[in-house]
Design a protein around this ligand. Structure first.
Ligand code: HEC
Length: 192
């Protein structure tokens, strides 16, 4: 075997081999490199141990967050007043109008008759039309595309927005989102 190997030119001392003016030297590995190299190994071992021995993982964080959200949701339910404290309160309704115009209008339309979100002025309520049920719809969201607003708005602004929504002109017809609703132009969504 070894006899068939091509002949390799060997230099007696590697650090004397100079080609094209470039010499190879035999200096010690710099300290910064060793610190980084062994430091990373130590870091890696500690990281794995920490990951395995504690709850510190994305799954663990997820579970903590879910538990926190459920606790918050229970707290909301427990603290829920059964009727809107701002009904008939002109100043609060004015504040609610601003919240409605900034946030709710985009999906429920300025007059509450609905676009992406269902009509809030027709007789039909998918999740219930009581103050408490409507509050829950807004605070916790609903699966069909209604985002939860409690974290962003807090209870006061939600009540105020709902107090304002209650002042909108009611309609006796089934509106957007109700099962009997018929779009004005067949197949077309109502224009904003
Ligand atoms: C991103 C669009 C969007 C925004 C913004 C939005 N909603 Fe909704 N909303 C929806 C959708 C979609 C539904 C229907 C959810 C379903 O059917 O599960 C809904 C449902 C509701 C319901 C329940 C209706 C029913 O028939 O039971 C209420 C009440 C409501 N929204 C009020 C509000 C208020 C008040 C705001 C402003 C704070 C708001 N929404 C902001 C999209 C939105």
């Amino acid at each position: 075997m070894s006899g068939e190997q091509p002949e390799v030119v060997e230099y007696e001392r590697a650090d004397e081999a100079v080609r094209d003016g470039v010499g190879e030297e035999d200096n010690p590995i710099p300290l910064w490199f060793n610190v980084g190299f062994y430091g990373l190994m130590v870091f890696g071992v500690l990281y794995i141990l920490f990951y395995l021995l504690t709850d510190w993982s994305s799954l663990g964080e997820y579970e903590v967050q879910v538990a926190a959200a459920e606790a918050q949701s229970r707290a909301v339910r427990a603290a829920l007043p059964t009727s809107n404290p701002y009904t008939g309160n002109a100043a609060a309704i004015e504040e609610g109008r601003e919240v409605f115009a900034t946030i709710c209008m985009a999906c429920h339309k300025a007059d509450g008759s609905g676009m992406v979100g269902p009509s809030l002025v027709d007789p039909y309520w998918k999740y219930g039309g009581s103050d408490a049920e409507r509050f829950q719809s807004v605070a916790e969201g609903r699966p069909g595309g209604m985002p939860p607003w409690l974290a962003q708005l807090g209870t006061e602004k939600i009540w105020k927005a709902l107090a304002y929504a209650s002042t909108l002109q009611r309609s006796a017809e089934p509106g957007v989102g109700s099962p009997e609703y018929v779009a004005p132009t067949a197949g077309a969504a109502p224009t904003p």
